[in-house]
Write a protein that binds this ligand. Structure first.
Ligand code: NIG
Ligand code: FE
Length: 415
């Protein structure tokens, strides 16, 4: 089955030769074709180019679907390389506490935060978690996301961590989105291990990681390496154990303090280090020349009122930057990548093209999906969205509250 999208005002983020990521000054370039077509065959991009180059005979006698995109832009779907979208429900009570002045760490210390989600997750059945997460996947797909990474980390005991990862595995089976799963046993120390953090780390290393690996339940391993959570030494041990079981790191680092998380992530050749509110010259130097994608989570910084990650300094230094939603009930209860795109421009002073690279190509790399997604390139998955009639790319982050997406296609199928 072929689909041809014609008269596209701008076909955005096309690649003749696919790249792994865009870094530094390159981030401000997004290759775009004006008055373009896009041909999809068997769920993949078969061809694209200027309308004047389009030859109807290439369609042959087969039946095909034609979509007229006059006045509209077409972009590859967003990749969201950091979420916690399997969880047992919202936490708006803590949101009120935050409004009244409590910090994220204060809420965590009194048993709220991640531990609150853990208590509820342990009670929830796999079916309940699956149903709620599937609904969130439908929500983000309608908002233009075609690929998403999802973490465990609200179980915090072996059975519940495995339960979360099995839910993610089932989501991979039933959802059209590309999904990567990450084991985050070291998200917080559960209540029953209070005061015995070292023993919990041993449990993660000696029991959880081997079981996760044996069942092939995770693509990656994560640790919340930050003040009040896990130390650099603990992170080092956990990542080392993960590596031995074939799990590449993708870690939470430098959200609450300059934790040393970035350096330990780079040491283990992490695919990404995420959050990065507290990043200075040492972190930038560690990242330069590495294969680790610095990933900023503007939704969490926005929601918690955290300092902003120095995106401009990182780009000026020649680094690539990716963006993710961090969709979770505690620090970022939204998976809307359109809003992340706007926050990147408004709060981080990224120009629209830089932000687009950060939510497509670089975000795809940060979840290990850059060979299949992240740009419009022949052979890649035909996962793209068509906007409503809009003036141009800068309008997309500018119109921060508008729903400017008209139709989303994943592997060539409308969702
Ligand atoms: O990425 N920072 C650590 N973990 C999550 C928050 C999880 C929660 O509060 O439930 C995050 O922000
Ligand atoms: Fe997170």
């Amino acid at each position: 089955m072929k689909t041809i999208v014609t008269n596209i005002k701008q076909l955005v983020q096309v690649e003749k030769t696919p790249r792994r990521w865009a870094a530094g000054e390159e981030m401000a370039n997004v290759e775009t074709i004006e008055d373009a077509y896009l041909l999809v065959e068997n769920g993949r991009v078969a061809a694209f180019g200027a309308m004047q180059e389009f030859n109807e005979e290439t369609l042959g006698n087969e039946t095909f679907q034609e979509i007229d995109a006059t006045g509209r832009l077409v972009l590859p779907t967003f990749c969201d390389p950091h979420t916690h979208l399997v969880n047992a429900g919202s936490r708006e009570v803590e949101y009120i506490d935050k409004i009244k002045g409590l910090s994220y760490e204060q809420i965590a210390r009194r048993g709220g935060g991640i531990l609150n989600s853990a208590a509820r997750l342990r009670e929830a059945s796999e079916e309940e978690l699956l149903e709620a997460a599937a609904e969130r996947l439908r929500e983000i797909a309608a908002q233009g996301t075609g690929a998403v990474e999802i973490k465990s980390g609200y179980g915090l005991d072996t059975a519940s961590e495995l339960k979360m990862l099995r839910v993610i595995r089932r989501l991979k089976e039933i959802s059209p989105l590309t999904i990567k799963s990450t084991f985050l046993g070291a998200h917080a120390v559960p209540g029953e291990y209070k005061g015995r953090q070292a023993e919990y780390v041993d449990l993660v290393i000696n029991e959880m990681i081997p079981l996760v690996a044996a069942e092939e339940l995770a693509d990656y391993i994560d640790v919340f390496c930050d003040k009040g959570f896990f130390t650099v030494e603990e992170t080092d041990r956990i990542l080392n154990a993960g590596m031995k079981h074939g799990l590449r790191a993708k870690i939470h680092a430098n959200e609450l303090a300059p934790s040393g998380g970035v350096q330990v992530g780079v040491k283990y050749n992490a695919l990404s280090v995420d959050h990065l509110e507290h990043v200075g010259e040492g972190e930038i130097a560690a990242l330069l020349g590495s294969e680790t994608m610095p990933t900023i989570l503007p939704g969490a910084a926005f929601f918690l009122g955290l300092p902003r990650s120095p995106a401009r300094e990182m780009i000026r230094a020649g680094l690539p930057v990716a963006l993710a939603s961090d969709y979770n009930p505690g620090s970022s209860p939204s998976g809307n990548m359109r809003f992340i795109l706007s926050l990147a421009c408004i709060n981080y002073k990224m120009v629209p093209e830089e932000a687009i690279n950060a939510v497509t190509l670089n975000a795809a790399y940060a979840m290990g999906a850059e060979e299949e997604l992240g740009s419009i390139a022949v052979g890649k998955r035909a996962s793209f969205f068509i906007t409503k009639p809009v003036p141009g790319v800068a309008y997309l982050p500018y119109a921060f509250g508008s729903d400017w997406i008209e139709a989303v296609f994943i592997d060539g199928n409308a969702v």
